[in-house]
Design a protein around this ligand. Sequence first.
Ligand code: ATP
Length: 249
Amino acid sequence: MNLLDLRDLTVRRGARTVLEGVSLTVAAGEVVGLIGPNGAGKTTLLRAALGLIPAAKGSSNLAAMPARTRARAAAWLPQAREIAWPVSVTTLVALGRRPHAPGPADQPAIEAAIAAMDLDALRARPATQLSGGEQARVLIARALAQEAPLLIADEPTAGLDTAHQLALMALFADLAASGRGVLVTLHDLALATLTCHRVVVLSAGGRVMADGPPSEVLSDALLAEVFAVEAVRIARPQGTILAPVRALR
Ligand SMILES: Nc1ncnc2c1ncn2[C@@H]1O[C@H](COP(=O)(O)OP(=O)(O)OP(=O)(O)O)[C@@H](O)[C@H]1O
């Protein structure tokens, strides 16, 4: 079942065409990595998929939904990590339950999200007083508490220490294994190859250059053309990991 279905999406910002004819699906059970260089259009794609910015052409199943239905269908973790009010960590995570009618499912969802993001020791602290990485974990927990079938996350590992980055990617894999879907933008190709079932590669012109399992699509030629990097491959029984070692420009 496709949780996200984008067809031939074209998005213009001002006079510029930022995305051109993008088609993309995320099915239940998948972690899909959206990767590409700075300015390729990754954030624009996620925002258009959610209906937060209009498409000039094409369709998104999520954008077509009424807002409340969409809030139950997809949780959105934007790149900007802004916490405006000095509310406690628990209160902020609980805001993830807003799309749902209040009920007995709320507390277990909040507690599970706090545990998943390793926030138990911080739960009573005002969220505005936390470090950047701690705030990032609180906002991820709020999105997890929403318990939507699809999680759309824009650079969720930014600002997290290595252990929390790896734990977060493992959590995404667990969410997929439990039948949810995850669409995540990443700059770290090693993390993308470690966890993603598929990667969708956006080129600088906002076109999909490749879509498939990381080991199949991330060829040396594509890495050079799209990312301008050279990488070594580390073979493991679970799959090959890419480690970029040299910029080509
Ligand atoms: N409101 C806007 N008006 C005009 N151009 C915009 C607007 N928003 C984004 N753009 C342009 O669209 C392009 C894609 O931006 P976007 O933020 O989607 O890229 P990205 O792939 O997420 O980049 P990064 O990896 O740096 O976060 C960029 O060239 C950006 O300058």
